[in-house]
Write a protein that binds this ligand. Sequence first.
Ligand SMILES: Cc1cc2nc3c(=O)[nH]c(=O)nc-3n(C[C@H](O)[C@H](O)[C@H](O)COP(=O)(O)OP(=O)(O)OC[C@H]3O[C@@H](n4cnc5c(N)ncnc54)[C@H](O)[C@@H]3O)c2cc1C
Length: 249
Amino acid sequence: MAQSIADRRDVDFVLYEQLEAENLVKLDRYKELNKKMFDMVVTEARNFAIKEILPLNEEGDKIGLTFENNQVIVPECFHRPFKLFREGEWIAMNEDPEVGGQGFPHLITQACMEYIMGADFSFSAFGMVCHGAAKMIELFGTEKQKALFLKKVYSGEWGGSMVLTEPEAGSDVGALTTSAVKNSDGTYSISGNKIFITCGEHNMQDNIIHPVLARIEGAPAGTKGISIFIVPKIWVNADGSLGEPNDIV
Ligand SMILES: Cc1cc2nc3c(=O)[nH]c(=O)nc-3n(C[C@H](O)[C@H](O)[C@H](O)COP(=O)(O)OP(=O)(O)OC[C@H]3O[C@@H](n4cnc5c(N)ncnc54)[C@H](O)[C@@H]3O)c2cc1C
């Protein structure tokens, strides 16, 4: 079998000899950190990847996903490691502590993710889509959206996704036909079909926050007219608790 866990000497070479990662601690943003902490967290990521995630690779392929009662069921062996992954706060380790991150440099995060992804890319995808969806909300969301979703998605308590592709709109994403119509309460009703959505449906997290690409009625054709909507799998009440299932099939 090919070696999927990176050689630590290669990782250290890239971090410290090629990219001189220890210089990052000279920046004000990382002044509380040091090389010992970088080494410790990379070692921990490697140990976690080998012990908890690597065994999933084969089991995940052998067991696979199933679809029961309108829900995608992830193999049972994924659930405990994913809980540990969340509790270890790996998903947002490069984000600011105010939004639930650990404040590590992106470079050190990538060294850690090299191990997590190498151990089982499918497993790592559950974290990646949380990070991507939360980052989008952090950068472009309203204060209300941030308060409702940010920490829960960055922490991995709730999942994320990226919902672009349609049967007739892949590379040419501007050809999408999913439409959004404004309701009187300011929300939008969205209709359309999406395909190939990574972690788009599963039972590993209590909710999934989908950023969905759609065109508001009357918006221009092509990519110019595309908007992104936050579509929760389960509606979220104003106090952050979970409500009724949304109308997503
Ligand atoms: C593992 C996996 C995970 C994915 N996860 C997601 C996800 O999370 N969310 C999501 O929205 N989508 C996801 N996708 C879908 C992905 O974004 C699309 O597959 C991709 O955009 C390509 O679209 P398509 O499959 O319709 O192929 P097409 O766009 O139909 O392309 C088919 C072929 O035509 C070629 N081609 C296309 N346009 C041109 C052109 N103008 N000139 C020359 N050649 C061209 C392409 O290179 C390709 O070889 C995922 C796909 C995969 C395989």
